[in-house]
Every structure is written in C-alpha cells, then in structure tokens.
Design a protein around this ligand. Structure first.
Ligand code: KG4
Ligand code: ZN
Length: 348
C-alpha cells in the first residue's frame, strides 16, 4: 500500500489525527488533550471523554489534513485505533474513520493501541532492527515484550504487571500527595528536586529472573506514609516521596527490561507508552543498557504519550501486509495483542 494514510486515535483522553506518507514520514500529527476536563475528577471520566471526542474529532482531522497540506481526496487509506481503550471513546474514532472512508472511497484498517505504542520508536528512527525487547509502560498497560516484527502474532509477552499499570501508580501517588492529574509529569518534575534516601519504600516485586511486575503494593506504601505523616506536609517532603517512589518503580522497570534483553540475546531495547516519557526511566534504561553493550532507543517525548502518528505507522505496516477491515469493524477492548498477553493468567 502506498500513498498517504490518515490515522485517528481516540482510545482514552486524547483526540488525535495524523498523516504519514509513502516513506512512513510523519506529515502532520495533531493531539488535543482533555487533561483539563478530567483534572478536577483526578482521573479520566469515560462519558466526558466520549463527549469531548465527539466535539473535537472533526476539527482535529481537518487540522491534520491542513497541516499535511492535503485534502481527503489525496489519501489512500484510513487507520484507526480499535482497542484496547474506553469503548465510547474508541467508537467516536471508529465511526469517524468509517464515515470518511465511505465518503472518500478509501480502505480502512484497524490498529491495536499497544502495537501503536510499540511502533512509536520508529517515528524518530525508522531503522531500528528486529528483534527488539520492548518495555511498554503506560496508564493502562505495563509489559515487556520480545518483538520479532511489528505484528501482534510475533510479539511475545515476557512478563507483565499482575495488577496496576506503572502509570496508574504514578497517577495515584500524585493524587495522594495532592499534586493533580495526570500524575506522571508532575511526579517526574518534583522527584528531580527530592532526595530518595530520605523516604524508605521497598521496590515493587524486585525478583531476579522473573519479568512479572506489580505496582499496587507501592501505592499502598505511599498511602500509609501519607496517612502517618502529620500536617503540614511540605513540598520538600512531597519531593522526597516522589523521588523515592520514582526511583523504586523506574529501578525495577529498567532492571527487568535489560535483564529480559540479555536473556533473549536481543541487542535492541525500545521503550513506549506515556511512562516512557519519564526522565529517570529513560536515564536508567540507557545507563544499564549501555553497561551491557545494548542499544537503547527511546522515542521523543511527544511520541511516548497517546498520539495518532504511531497509529498511522502501525496502520501503514498492516496495510502493506494486506490487512483491511470491513464495515463491521467495532471497538474492542480485547484485541489480539492483549488477548495474547492475558493467556494463562486468567482475567484481571
Ligand atoms: O500512553 P498514555 O498517554 O496513555 C495510555 O495508553 O495509558 O500514558 C498515560 C500515562 C499516565 O499514567 C501518565 O501519568 C503517564 O503516562 N506519564 C508519565 C509521564 N508522562 C506521562 N509517567 C511518568 N513520568 C512522566 N514524565
Ligand atoms: Zn496509550
């Protein structure tokens, strides 16, 4: 499949559209964040997310086409995130993609959101070789994969969180400390001013030789700490808690992904997902990887959090393999990659 591809991403709280060209270069990438809308509630409110997508989607698609300097008639296909995600939010993107595809006579291809995150590293460097060991770490997912090609059927999960995603823990800790939503960026900033050694937290599930993870226990540790610390709790204290929490979480993530790459004899390590924007995680994975002679590739900050350029890239790969979806395309929270990651562990 050649030509220009429009991608639409509405799985959570970002309304995004992007255009990539034949050479898989990003011609435009527009992201409208709903953060302000959800901040007052301390998390994403699904119904508000869906409604905001409905309000924004036409403008955002229009902007992506304008910035790419093209019209709908110049496109050769439309890619859209079909899951996992909030079902009402996904449906807005899917309905829009179907309507545009019907109106402009274009093929449509669905993209797994997680495959999108795994493809984000190619937005900066199209030449990352396979196989790769990937750490996908976001608000909804945390897992380590061996990626032999950018296709769900050859992506093998080496380990994953048994409970919360790491991003969820960042968000919860920020909420406990009264720092607002989303928690990741603010914990990241505050941690840089803190001293991790002043607050003792045990690293979560720090066992060697296993790539399973857990982040609910450290949330509870922080909740207890907050409950036991009398007011006034200073910003300096909060900074120390953030530094200790961030060191514990990023330490485990970095060690596990590098250990996985070493065990798999895979030289290329890639990061993806919103938490991959974390400065300490990026630094630690790079440092540990370099010490082992591995190549560590980290997407640019804006490609880590949800965006449509990564969906366009993954969609272009699927299209080039002949994948197409019909009008029966529906939103699904359990797509191939996710089903595979859940195999053998029961539902969560
Ligand atoms: O990939 P993403 O935009 O959405 C999901 O697919 O979940 O990830 C959002 C998550 C949130 O939990 C947010 O707090 C976290 O990524 N995040 C960060 C940072 N920036 C975003 N976590 C730690 N440090 C950051 N700098
Ligand atoms: Zn995401």
């Amino acid at each position: 499949m050649s030509g220009l591809i429009l991608a639409i991403e509405t799985s959570c709280d970002e309304t995004a559209a992007a255009v990539v060209d034949d050479a898989l270069a990003v011609r435009s990438s527009v992201v409208a964040s709903q953060i302000d809308l959800h901040a007052a509630f301390g998390g994403v409110v699904p119904e508000l997310a869906s409604r905001a997508h409905v309000e924004m989607i036409t403008t955002i698609v229009d902007q992506a086409l304008t910035e790419a300097g093209i019209a709908g008639a110049d496109l050769s296909a439309i890619a859209v995130t079909s899951g996992p995600g909030l079902v009402g939010a996904l449906l807005v993107g899917i309905a829009t993609a179907k309507s545009l595809a019907l109106g402009w006579g274009l093929p449509i291809v669905s993209v797994n959101h997680l495959e999108g995150h795994l493809a984000s590293v190619f937005l900066a460097d199209g030449d990352v070789p396979f196989p790769q060991t990937a750490l996908l770490v976001s608000g909804g997912h945390t897992a380590i994969y061996r990626v032999d090609a950018p296709r769900a059927d050859v992506i093998a999960e080496l380990g994953a969180t048994r409970d919360d995603a790491a991003g969820e823990a960042f968000d919860k800790v920020a909420k406990l400390l009264g720092l607002g939503y989303p928690g990741g960026p603010v914990v990241d900033r505050l941690a840089a001013k803190g001293d991790a050694s002043r607050v003792k937290l045990s690293p979560p599930m720090d066992t060697r030789g296993s790539f399973e993870m857990s982040f609910s226990g450290i949330k509870t540790q922080v909740a207890r700490l907050v409950a036991q610390t009398p007011e006034p709790r200073t910003e300096g204290w909060a900074a120390d808690v953030c530094a200790s929490f961030q060191a514990a979480v990023t330490g485990v993530l970095a060690r596990k992904v590098i250990e996985a790459a070493t065990r798999e004899h895979v030289e290329d390590v890639v990061l993806g997902g919103g938490v991959a924007a974390n400065a300490e995680l990026r630094r630690r994975v790079r440092a540990l990887g370099e010490a082992k002679g591995l190549r560590v590739l980290v997407p640019p900050l804006t490609s880590c959090t949800d965006n449509a350029a990564m969906i366009a890239y993954a969609g272009a790969v699927r299209l080039s393999e002949g994948a197409r979806d019909g009008w029966d395309l529906v939103a699904t929270s359990r797509t191939a990659l996710e089903r595979k990651t859940r195999k053998g562990r029961g539902s969560r």
